[in-house]
Design a protein. Structure first.
Length: 265
């Protein structure tokens, strides 16, 4: 058993509304979405020929905010999720954003069922905040990488173990750091498999992907206590995030790390 094989994959049926409120009902969710979208625009979308349309597969797409923005721009999107409750929220979001139904499909599929999602590999596969909920993250990433077309792109965001360690150090939870046990409580919203970035980069490169960019997601916000968060405006915090998120060592301390990687043909 490898160091990430802890438990079974997580399914958010029964927790979807709580997840939506907890993750996206706060400024931290907005920061996450803002930085992800900026990455996709600057590193990929802005370089496309005018009116070019990508085939997009959003694996474990949850509520589908990023996919909805892509569909709004005319890209053809398929959102998959093992949770029917999450897909219902995604449907509500697409409708609320007035996204034409011809630009998206929602499919209730597990990772090992991804070949059923589309007949051909996709130009862009999105795999955001899924790895850390899997019993075997490397195997899960392999499923996602296999769905990328040659010369296509993978947009991967994962929960960063370095950030978890630093946060515990700042809280004085030294025993937890020594034990190296960061598995979230059963039924909670703390991921079960925080990932070492070097492991993830190695998995990508050994599978034939070239890393195009890396961005730390929330390199500032999550280290501020509640009083400090309340005393600083969202705009000021976001400004600092953008200032530091692509610089080391701050990048590698982000709560999440977003990687865009291109599959070699």
């Amino acid at each position: 058993m490898n160091k990430y094989e802890h438990t079974q994959d997580r399914n958010f049926d029964g927790l979807a509304e709580h997840f939506k409120k907890k993750i996206y009902g706060s400024s931290k969710g907005e920061i996450r979405l803002q930085l992800l979208w900026e990455d996709l625009e600057e590193r990929l979308l802005n370089d496309l020929p005018e009116a070019a349309s990508l085939s997009v597969l959003d694996v474990g797409g949850g509520i589908g905010q990023i996919s909805a923005k892509l569909a709004e721009e005319g890209h053809n999107v398929i959102v998959t999720d093992v949770s029917k409750d999450m897909l219902e929220l995604a449907q509500q979001h697409f409708i609320a954003e007035n996204i034409p139904s011809e630009y998206y499909q929602l499919k209730n599929l597990a990772l090992d069922q991804l070949p059923q999602a589309t007949a051909e590999p996709s130009d862009l596969v999105i795999f955001h905040a899924v790895l850390e909920w899997l019993a075997d993250p490397q195997a899960g990433l392999t499923h996602a990488m296999n769905a990328v077309a040659d010369d296509g792109y993978l947009s991967l965001m994962f929960y960063n173990k370095h950030s978890v360690i630093m946060k515990n150090l700042l809280k004085g939870n030294f025993r937890k750091v020594v034990s190296n046990d960061f598995i979230g409580e059963k039924g909670g919203l703390t991921p079960i498999s925080p990932l070492d970035p070097l492991d993830v980069y190695g998995w990508l490169e050994s599978a034939g992907f070239d890393i195009v960019s890396k961005t730390g997601i929330r390199v500032v916000n999550d280290y501020l206590n509640r009083d400090l968060q309340a005393s600083r405006s969202y705009e000021d915090i976001l400004h600092m995030e953008k200032l530091l998120c692509r610089q080391e060592p701050y990048l590698s301390l982000g709560r999440y790390i977003h990687v865009i990687a291109r599959k070699r043909s």
